[in-house]
Ligand binder design. Structure first.
Ligand code: SUD
Ligand code: ADP
Length: 269
């Protein structure tokens, strides 16, 4: 079975408070975007994981796809598989690429072996692999809270808008980014603001990580400003960075402008 684990962006990200378990409660909106890896999972004589494309640091046995397989194999009768991943989504980029691979692995194994794991249980398995991971099980726009792994429906439809994602190939560790934050609950209700026209978001839909990371990495702020200068209706950093995105009313080819960086552009669904 071949699937295409896609990336996400965060629209607004408020780091509300530090939790007893060391994690943070956050509020954000997750929106799926088309930048994707390719993942093939086939029944095999023994388990194997191989990847191509962007190099993923670390032992293949600890790759999130392998971890998803071993986690399910503890509880279900799953046969050995060979997993082949073509990695295209930048790593440590605020796009949740690894989490998406893991969530898609759960979904594929569930289907391939007829495991009939309920949606709630798939979400629970995904939560064990990473805070971002559960989002990719349903993979639809949501408002998220707690660790970013509890969801509420959101009436946000950006289908047909054009998005440009710019990744300056700075690897920012999520843990390190959280460590640099002084949590503060926003007075704004993100769900309410996101029902207003996108032109109104610029001053109020904020990603708290920008405050700590922009002074440290000036290139991030520069890219965000360029996206606005090129006509973005809204621009921001996704998650803990380092990818910036701009949302446009119409198709706007910026591949030349940002030629020195990794760029993905396309329509939102
Ligand atoms: C910041 C966000 C926003 O969507 O995305 P990315 O920028 O990583 O894509 C997420 O909260 C990232 O989720 P994810 O990348 O799955 O993080 P995890 O593997 O669960 O955790 C990595 C580390 O980040 C910190 N962490 C993560 C989530 C959270 N709510 N509070 C935290 O403090 C913890 O230090 C944890 O050890
Ligand atoms: N399949 C995978 N794809 C990407 N990163 C992976 C994968 N499996 C494990 N990782 C590890 O996860 C971390 C980055 O995860 P990723 O989801 O790309 O970051 P972010 O959520 O910031 O976009 C890296 O430390 C990387 O080594």
């Amino acid at each position: 079975m071949v699937v295409f684990p896609n990336a996400k962006i965060n629209i607004g990200l408020n780091i509300v408070e530090k939790r007893q378990d060391g994690f943070h409660n956050i509020e954000s909106c997750f929106y799926p975007v088309g930048w994707s890896d390719a993942l093939e999972i086939l029944p095999a004589e023994s388990f194997s994981f191989q990847s191509d494309g962007i190099n993923i640091p670390g032992d293949p046995a600890t790759n999130l796809c392998s971890r998803a397989y071993y986690m399910l194999a503890e509880d279900y009768d799953v046969e050995p598989v060979s997993i082949q991943l073509l990695k295209a989504v930048p790593i440590g980029a605020g796009l949740g690429g690894g989490s998406s691979d893991a969530a898609f692995t759960i979904k594929v194994l569930n289907e391939l072996f007829g495991l009939e794991i309920s949606l709630e249980k798939q979400l629970d398995y995904a939560r064990r692999l990473g805070s971002d991971c559960a989002f990719f099980i349903e993979n639809k726009p949501v408002y998220c809270f707690e660790k970013g792994d509890r969801f509420e429906e959101i009436g946000l439809n950006l289908a047909g808008k054009w998005i440009v994602l710019v990744n300056p190939e700075l690897h920012i560790s999520t843990a390190e980014a959280y460590a640099g934050i002084q949590p503060l609950r926003s007075e704004n209700d993100l769900r309410e603001i996101l029902t207003t026209p996108m032109e109104n978001w610029k001053e109020v839909v904020k990603n708290d990580f920008e405050t700590s990371l922009f002074p440290k990495y000036p290139v991030l702020k520069k890219i965000k400003e360029s996206l606005y200068n090129k006509g973005a209706k809204y621009a921001a950093m996704s998650g803990s960075g380092s990818t910036l995105y701009g949302i446009f009313d119409e198709e706007t080819d910026l591949s030349g402008i940002f030629g020195q960086y990794k760029v993905w552009q396309g329509y939102l669904k």
